[in-house]
Design a protein around this ligand. Structure first.
Ligand code: C2E
Ligand code: MG
Ligand code: MG
Length: 712
């Protein structure tokens, strides 16, 4: 009888083929055993509930359903034993309400154990009447359970495969698989969209169809050695797309052994990281390089300097830091504007770059300052040679927007380990050496010395003392007579500040820049003006009514909006008129960037004061340029007068200045007349006024009194 039933089920299955296996086997079983319901149920992971995988009621598929296992005969089945009840099942499982609802009398349940002896599925038959041959049912179930299990496993593998296939196909990561000969046997969609190669174009080719030529053969050789040894390689590869565009891919390759064929396949996964690379590069560029000149910035220099110092410590070698400053850069900026200043910085940067070795690091470390790190210097004279070459390089003027700018550099040099042991210190020392080069007249290089260190300490002490002196009114003022050259009569006096520190006179050339740098100059200027007004008042009291006093003002003193108002107010305080006090300023006051200065100058002139352009010829302005500004007087710088008798070029310059000023209605004053020869020549050139040691040194009030009375 059972043979007959088995044959029946097998027939049903073979007629239906692969389609609807579960429906067919369950229907076959149900007919064979005359059960009302037959189903396969899948257990949840905790084995507390079950969901039917497929269920039939009298040859009909029914909707799947879930049920809790507790208190049911299936609870027994899931534990791994067959549960068989020919009849009277309901009283045995009073909590199983489903049995009552469905009117169930008999039950046969078989666990479907997989190869690991685990039960994930059960096969169950429910009968509405008592089962006649319960053993036969059980035997049939056990007989077919193997087949059902195999099919369940097959389905699960297929599901998984479907899923993996979809994952591979839809992955954002490009995937390619090659056979053992590294011929491509599969690529996914992402591969095509990144590289531009379709499946048809890629199949049968080798991955080197992406080769960009960026890497050498050694690179690929190493890759294969590692891949074959460890079964894995990952890294970045510069590849090329179908359209020739290069791209950077982050690639990982796995060698996969195909057990059946005992062959190796290679699976590569990659993403296009070109954009990230560009971003990284841009970020690196931003954080390590100066945006104007493209040179390294201070940060990057510090990094490289730290590396170089550690290396030098190990190799017991030396290194140098050269600190460059463009002389009078501020004047260029003030006078020609920031745009020209920027062009100049770029030009200086690229000229310096053109003469350095590729391994040396040139950085822009501040406004007009550059630093060069020179490592591995075998002979110190090489640095000296380089310095000389640098000076020669800047002998030729730099052309920027129709202007020939003759510039010079000052350079400070410090050496590791002689001058400093730490990277920060060596940079600081080279900067100190630069200050020293500037203080020594510029256009020069200086090696760091310990005296410089002392000077720096002194500078700080001077600054603090200067502040106190200004606050306590301890700046003295001396007066240098300016005479009309053809009459020898005193036309005016130039007020010059004097300061003593610890009993020594400090030159204004030292303390004026200090006052400017530390924001003390405005107060100092007010003090000098007050003292000059006081002196003039005294002179007027002595009957000297026609003498005016010139006070010096630096550009920084013009920064406060109300500077002109403040100065005019001081004149009023002393009951003086505008014509009594003139203002001497340097050319940078006329810079195009300093437009508001012009209004301030105009208000001083409106009040009656004259404006003198001091140290003329040392800056960048030309006479034709100053024509556009309200200048009353030109003071020709001492440097031209000093060499006038020896240097014919200087004499021609002085002559031109005087002639052009005259044509513009501007009067001229020669500074630094030290010899009769100077005076004679200037008279011949029709210079209006003059001052200098020949006429008089700057005088204290007492000395001035006697000087003036001698004039009578
Ligand atoms: P300056 O305005 O060009 O003043 C002329 C400088 O030349 C003075 O130097 C003066 O003593 C010096 N001098 C005059 N005749 C001769 C000469 O025949 N031979 C030589 N070798 N030198 C001569 P000083 O007093 O040392 O002042 C230097 C600079 O300091 C001044 O140059 C001026 O720019 C600045 N300065 C002085 N006092 C003040 C001040 O109160 N305020 C501001 N802002 N600057 C001041
Ligand atoms: Mg002056
Ligand atoms: Mg001067």
């Amino acid at each position: 009888m059972i043979d007959h039933k088995v044959r029946y089920i097998v027939n049903v299955l073979s007629e239906a083929g692969d389609q609807n296996f579960f429906k067919n086997i369950l229907c076959g079983l149900s007919s064979a055993i005359d059960a009302n319901y037959v189903f396969i149920a899948e257990l949840n992971s905790e084995h507390t509930s079950a969901s039917t995988y497929s269920a039939v009621n009298k040859n009909q598929l029914i909707d799947n359903f879930d049920y809790a296992l507790k208190g049911t005969p299936c609870e027994v089945t899931q534990s791994g034993v067959c549960c068989v009840h020919p009849s009277g099942i309901q009283p045995l499982y009073p909590d199983d309400l489903l049995l009552v609802d469905m009117g169930i009398e008999g039950y046969v349940g078989v666990p479907l154990k997989n190869s690991n002896n685990e039960v994930n599925f059960i096969l169950v038959a429910l009968f509405e009447r008592p089962v006649e041959d319960v053993l036969e049912v059980e035997s049939l179930f056990l007989l077919f359970s193997g087949m059902i299990l195999k099919e369940l496993e097959k389905q699960s593998v297929l599901e998984k495969l479907k899923l993996t296939d979809q994952i591979i196909r839809d992955s954002n990561e490009a995937i390619l698989i090659t056979d053992k000969n590294t011929e491509i046997i599969y690529i996914n969609k992402a591969f095509s969209s990144i590289t531009g190669y379709s499946l048809a174009e890629a199949i049968g080719k080798r991955p080197n169809l992406l080769n960009s030529g960026h890497h050498d053969t050694a690179f690929y050789k190493d890759l294969w050695v590692e891949l074959n040894a460890s079964g894995h390689w990952s890294g970045e590869i510069h590849n090329k797309k179908k359209n020739g565009q290069p791209f950077v891919s982050k690639l990982s390759i796995n060698a996969i052994k195909n057990e059946e064929k005992s062959e190796t396949q290679y699976v590569g996964f990659f993403t296009d990281v070109t954009k990230d690379k560009i971003k990284d590069k841009e970020l690196f560029q931003k954080t390590h390089f100066d945006s104007l000149t493209g040179l390294a910035n201070r940060n990057y220099l510090n990094e490289r300097l730290a590396q170089a110092v550690s290396q030098a410590k190990v190799s017991r070698s030396g290194l140098y830091v050269l600190f460059f400053g463009i002389d009078h850069f501020k004047d260029v900026n003030d006078f020609f504007g920031f745009l020209t200043g920027d062009h100049l910085l770029k030009q200086v940067g690229s000229q310096l770059k053109s003469i350095i070795r590729t391994n040396d690091i040139l950085a822009r470390v501040g406004g007009d300052q550059f630093a060069l790190l020179v490592s591995d210097v075998s002979e110190p004279y090489l640095v000296q040679n380089f310095l000389e070459r640098t000076f020669r390089l800047f002998d030729t003027p730099i052309k920027i927007a129709n202007n020939d700018l003759k510039i010079s550099l000052s350079i400070g040099v410090a050496k590791f380990p002689d001058d400093a042991e730490s990277p920060e210190d060596i940079l600081k020392k080279s900067e100190q050496a630069l200050y020293n080069a500037k203080a020594s007249g510029r256009n020069i290089f200086k090696f760091f010395t310990n005296e410089m260190q002392d000077k720096l300490i002194r500078r700080i002490a001077l600054k603090n003392a200067l502040k106190v002196s200004i606050e306590q009114g301890q700046i003295e003022v001396v007066y240098q007579p300016i005479i009309t050259l053809d009459t020898n009569k005193i036309a005016k006096l130039e007020a010059l500040a004097r300061w003593q520190y610890e009993g020594d006179f400090i030159s204004p050339d030292e303390f004026i820049p200090l006052a400017e740098e530390f924001g003390l100059i405005y107060k100092l200027g007010l003090l000098v003006l007050r003292k000059a007004c006081h002196t003039l008042k005294l002179l007027k009291g002595l009957g000297w009514n026609d003498i005016a006093i010139n006070v010096n003002r630096s550009v920084k003193e013009f920064e406060p909006d109300d500077c002109a108002k403040d100065w005019i107010a001081i004149l009023k305080e002393f009951d003086l008129q505008g014509k009594d006090i003139n203002f001497e300023l340097t050319e940078s006051i006329l810079a195009p960037e300093q437009k508001s200065n012009l209004e301030k100058l105009a208000s001083l002139q409106k009040n009656g004061s004259k404006i003198s352009l001091d140290d003329f010829g040392t800056g960048f302005s030309s006479l034709s340029y100053i024509r556009n500004f309200p200048i009353d007087e030109l003071k020709i710088d001492r440097s031209f007068i000093t060499h006038m008798d020896r240097d014919s070029e200087d004499k021609i310059l002085v002559k031109t200045m005087i002639a052009m000023a005259k044509s513009l209605g501007i009067s001229t004053v020669a500074e630094g007349i030290e010899t009769d020869e100077h005076k004679k020549e200037l008279l011949e050139l029709e210079c209006n006024c003059g001052q200098g040691y020949l006429i008089s040194r700057p005088l204290t009030f007492e000395q001035l009194e006697s000087f003036l009375s001698d004039q009578l």
